[in-house]
Write a protein that binds this ligand. Structure first.
Ligand SMILES: [Zn+2]
Length: 208
């Protein structure tokens, strides 16, 4: 499970939003809410790049009315495809802007958890309570620029670090083991196990 997935699961469980265990068509209200949340974020991206767009509210209303005027006719495979593409283009946009997403997601998650006590708005969206503070995204980008937080670059360089066992790049799916006083990352479970076996054999020889 990815870290983001576990963060969203905690959020949804906290706010009693139903999580389906296998591909399922949820009730109409949930379908409308999920589409609306994606559209709202797409329009926020538009404003983030072009400043205030007065048509934003109109577009949102148009989408809302379009959905309210009909019953959902969900094609689950098409939903999975569209959401997969959204993940893909979101990551692409982050990379195009040089934004490392993990620390941003951590901050958004922390402030989302502060929405406990907030009203559930019409349509099921979780509202912001009075004492709610928005995540300090500017501060995070500042820290990414000053090297206090991981960056796209540091993550890409990490990808190229050699596996201590086979010397190939560790890649993205690393296996971490705690050796004497450091934790070491390997490209695979096989390399980690081989490293441990050889370290033990060497230790045994030295003892003799
Ligand atoms: Zn390896």
């Amino acid at each position: 499970m990815s870290k983001l997935q576990s963060q969203v699961i905690s959020f949804m469980q906290l706010f009693n939003q139903k999580i389906e265990p296998v591909p399922t068509i949820p009730e109409a209200g949930v379908v409308r809410l999920r589409v609306m949340l994606v559209v709202e974020e797409a329009l926020e991206l538009l404003e983030a790049c072009f400043g205030q767009v007065p048509e934003k509210l109109l577009i949102e209303e148009l989408v809302r009315n379009t959905m309210n005027a009909r019953e959902p006719k969900v094609d689950l495979a098409a939903v999975a495809d569209a959401l997969g593409d959204l993940d893909y283009v979101s990551e692409g946009a982050r990379l195009a802007f040089g934004i490392e997403g993990e620390s941003v997601a951590d901050a958004i998650h922390a402030s989302n958890l502060e929405k406990v006590g907030g009203k559930v708005l019409e349509g099921g969206k979780v509202g912001k309570p009075k004492q709610w503070t928005p995540p300090d995204i500017e501060g995070i980008l500042f820290k990414q620029n000053s090297g206090e937080l991981p960056t796209v670059q540091s993550k890409m360089l990490h990808y190229l670090e050699p596996c201590p066992q086979c010397q190939k790049p560790v890649g993205w799916e690393t296996v971490t083991i705690d050796t004497v006083d450091v934790s070491t990352e390997f490209c695979s479970e096989a390399c980690a196990q081989a490293f441990i076996r050889e370290a033990k054999a060497e230790g045994g020889e030295q003892a003799n």
